[in-house]
Ligand binder design. Sequence first.
Ligand code: DGL
Length: 264
Amino acid sequence: MAHALVFDSGVGGLSVVEELRKIAPDLYLSYVADDEFRPYGDKTEAQLKSRLPGLLQTLCLMLKPDIIVMACNTASTTALAEIRDAVSVPVVGVVPAIKPAAEQSQTKTIAVLGTPGTVRRRYVDQLIADFASGCDVRLHGSTELVNLAEQKLSGTEIMIASVQSEIAPLFAGKTGASLDTIVLACTHFPLLQNELAAASPKNVTWIDSGNAIARRTLSILQGLKHTKIPSHPATAFLIGGQANFEREVMFKTFGFEKVVTLKA
Ligand code: DGL
């Protein structure tokens, strides 16, 4: 059995945990949410590059995982190389599923729905140039959807109208009329899949990277010698966060028996 550390700014990485649990129920998982610095989507590249490599290095020394899953598009499209340089284990990043979206779109009109940071990154422009040059691509960033996903997983009921107003720009104008495929380029967004579908004015295909990342993680682990897994139950660590009752119950449903608050 191997030990994977799944990292995100908040609960978004749980959408990746869900995929990992489906294909690798025996994998030992630790989870870290950087509550203190969320949302990442409105931070500058310099801010993320200065925080993340050192933080992941510390977490790696403390938790001793076999692999790190950066379950965050914003961090992965900004600081993956720097994080890889800082740690001694493989790091799997999550990047927007632009290639499969371009392949699957019938109308060759796709949208990338991410955080404001992700949709501005050169990395995303490069993915579009490499894999979707034949498509009309609409980019749209939302921090509010990240907040809504956090609220949902803390037990708050989400009003479809608040999701509707966040995604309305995707469906505007000529591009919006022919749009048939939307990339969920933030790991928080698959957690709102039902709300997004209900808020959408028409049927579209929603594509995220969760399953691909889970498969990639397993294939890397297969080629590695694993260290001993921790003897304590699977734990979610919240950096600067509050481990309230609702969150503890929610983390339990994703297989994390313990929730621990860490100081940054
Ligand atoms: N879940 C993250 C992502 O995939 C970041 C959300 C945020 O903190 O802005 O981009």
